[in-house]
Design a protein around this ligand. Structure first.
Ligand SMILES: Nc1ncnc2c1ncn2[C@@H]1O[C@H](COP(=O)(O)OP(=O)(O)OP(=O)(O)O)[C@@H](O)[C@H]1O
Length: 621
């Protein structure tokens, strides 16, 4: 496949916007501080000490040269080293050399300690931020997660959580450099103030160039987040235990690799063009800075010839100037890259500003124990964001307390949506759901969720031990082995688990080395045990029995009915032999209630239920 045309870069953000992103630095620093106040103070103190070393070293260097020249010019020089030492004329020189050596060692040691502290902080920061990210993600609505824009944002935020620590080192490094620059500048000011102006003029173009390209890089990455996610997705699909089976059977390797190649080629092309232009411009603009340096150097040499400066002064000034130039260059480009990095922080902070829409009211009503009347759907309608069709609409029915209600309907009829509305994973867009006469939204969300247990058709297969896979139904009771086993017995999972080499402590799923894989139906039995573990007032099985053989499903439902006596239960299944066990059956069609009644009543009505029931029954005759 040919690589796609190089994508058009979006317009870079304006200079103002980039500088504006610096507003993210104070909250960022607050985050760094929270990570570890002690380490923050340590790195700042060490850097301050290190900032003053270069000028001190250079100044000692100047003193050494002046001292050497002085002694060389003084008549009566001893012939041997021993003579020099004995004369005491080089004592000062030796002291100066020792001082410079001390400074060099100190600088090295401080440098290493600073990197050590920084790397420790980076790790802590990444952990703290990742945890905050997970905590915040946990508060968001299901709807938010299903929004691909949010997924992009989450992805960008996730990358920031681990990658942003270099910003801290950079920021503190900059502060350190500012102090060093100030110390050099004081020296230069005393001798030749206009050199500083020359420096600035020579450096500004390089700075602007850097700033421009940093913004471009950010824009490129930003615009390509969806592709980046797709790239990761393709790589994951091409090489993961979950997909390996189907990828092999359908021979999808070539397709996936091609897709990867095309996407990666797009990235490469865009990055290459940007990097090349950056290198070309960067080279030209830096040459300007170098020219500035040599003008200054020439000037200093001439002033020394004219007798205004000593040789020591010349080395000190030329050294200061060269260091100043490097430092200023670093500072300016660092500033622009910091502004660029601060833009990235927008992603992190903007993720934290997403607020969930589904939450508890300020003064929630206590959840009824037991539920007395049940749930009443009053003209409930719900449309998925971005969808064109209502998933459910004009839903009117009652789910009585203590009854077992079965939901039937063809694919896409709205059964799962109804269940999600009951658990407040979504709120209705129209109408309302009442629980014992009050809107579901008046109750505390956590209490509601604690009282509603749902096992979905696409339940999660946790790569944990068998016991933990059941315990997720009520994770607080994780260590209550008796309760876990009891739940497993009720869902028929017990016999599956007993056959595993390590029983309840066996890791299931193939992701880890010691994992054992279960069959689809066995997984379902484990998942259904979660419902018993949860022991909620309203239990919902949303078709997690599809892979069970007919006998097992029958048995699971029969037990479910028995064991949920005194509880409200909702069952979803496409198997009518199981469905008929329910107290009442609700037939959904096109997102609305078509009929409701007992099995016998519905058969008598000779509607869709009777038709579907007959169809299945005929299949068995
Ligand atoms: N997350 C979603 N985003 C957008 N549309 C959705 C989403 N989930 C379901 N839908 C749409 O809502 C409608 C109802 O889906 P729902 O999952 O409730 O059906 P169902 O009766 O449970 O079907 P099935 O028997 O296949 O499980 C369908 O038309 C479906 O395309």
């Amino acid at each position: 496949m040919p690589p796609p045309n190089a994508p058009q870069l979006p317009a870079p953000r304006s200079f103002r916007e980039r500088v504006g992103a610096l507003r993210n630095l104070p909250p960022f620093l607050a985050l760094v501080w929270q990570t570890s106040p002690r380490l923050t103070v340590a790195t700042l103190a060490l850097r301050l000490a290190r900032a003053l070393l270069p000028v001190a070293t250079l100044y000692v260097g100047k003193l050494i040269i002046d001292e050497v020249l002085l002694q060389a010019r003084t008549p009566g020089a001893p012939a041997t080293l021993g003579g020099w030492l004995a004369s005491g004329r080089i004592d000062r020189l030796l002291w100066l050399l020792a001082a410079e050596f001390g400074l060099a060692v100190l600088s090295d040691v401080l440098g290493r300690v600073v990197s050590l502290v920084d790397s420790l902080m980076a790790e802590r920061f990444s952990t703290t931020t990742s945890i905050r990210l997970m905590e915040h993600a946990a508060t968001l609505d299901l709807e938010d997660f299903e929004d691909s824009e949010l997924q992009d944002r989450l992805e960008r935020a996730r990358r920031q959580a681990s990658g942003r620590m270099s910003l801290m080192s950079q920021l503190f490094g900059q502060a350190q450099d500012v102090i060093t620059i100030a110390s050099f500048a004081v020296g230069l000011m005393a001798y030749a103030p206009w050199l500083i102006a020359l420096l600035l003029v020579a450096l500004v173009p390089a700075f602007l160039g850097e700033a421009h390209f940093n913004a471009r890089s950010y824009a490129l990455l930003w615009a390509r987040t969806p592709e980046q996610r797709e790239l990761d997705y393709v790589r994951q699909t091409g090489a993961s235990v979950e997909t390996a089976k189907e990828v092999k059977i359908f021979g999808l390797h070539a397709f996936l690799i091609d897709r990867y190649r095309v996407l990666a080629a797009g990235f490469y092309e865009a990055n290459r063009r940007l990097a090349t232009r950056r290198a070309a411009w960067g080279g030209a603009l830096t040459a300007l800075g170098t020219a500035g340096y040599y003008v200054a150097y020439g000037f200093l040499a001439w002033r020394t010839l004219a007798g205004h400066f000593s040789i020591g002064d010349l080395t000190f000034l030329a050294g200061s100037f060269r260091r100043l130039r490097t430092l200023l260059e670093g500072l300016l480009s660092g500033f622009s890259s910091m502004a660029g990095q601060a833009l990235y922080l927008d992603d992190l902070f903007s993720f934290f500003t997403i607020a969930p829409e589904i939450h508890s009211p300020p003064n929630p009503r206590p959840f009824p124990t037991p539920i007395r009347e049940g749930f009443v759907f009053e003209d409930v309608g719900f449309i998925y964001p971005g969808a064109e069709r209502w998933a459910v609409r004009h839903l009117n029915f009652t789910l009585r307390a203590d009854e077992v209600l079965a939901l039937v309907g063809e694919n896409g009829a709205g059964k799962t949506t109804l269940v999600k509305l009951l658990a407040r994973l979504y709120d209705p867009d129209e109408g309302r759901i009442l629980l014992d006469g009050h809107d579901l939204r008046e109750y505390d969300l956590d209490e509601l969720r604690a009282n509603v247990g749902v096992i979905f058709q696409d339940f999660v297969r946790y790569h944990l031990t068998a016991a933990d896979n059941i315990a997720v139904g009520r994770i607080e009771a994780r260590h209550d082995r008796a309760r876990v086993q009891d739940a497993a017995e009720r869902s028929l999972a017990d016999e599956v688990i007993r056959r595993l080499p390590e029983g309840y402590d066996q890791i299931i799923g193939k992701r880890f080395r010691s994992g054992v894989e279960l069959s689809g139906g066995e997984w379902q039995k484990v998942a259904i045990a979660r419902a018993y573990m949860r022991d909620a007032q309203l239990l919902i099985l949303d078709e997690p029995t599809a892979a069970l053989d007919a006998r097992a499903e029958f048995e699971v439902f029969e037990r479910f009915k028995e064991l949920s006596a005194g509880k409200t239960a909702v069952l979803i299944s496409h198997r009518f032999s199981s469905v008929r066990m329910a107290d009442r059956i609700l037939v959904l069609a096109d997102g609305t209630v078509e009929a409701m009644g007992t099995h016998e009543e519905l058969l008598q009505q000779r509607g869709r239920y009777a038709e579907l029931f007959e169809l299945q029954a005929a299949g068995y005759r």
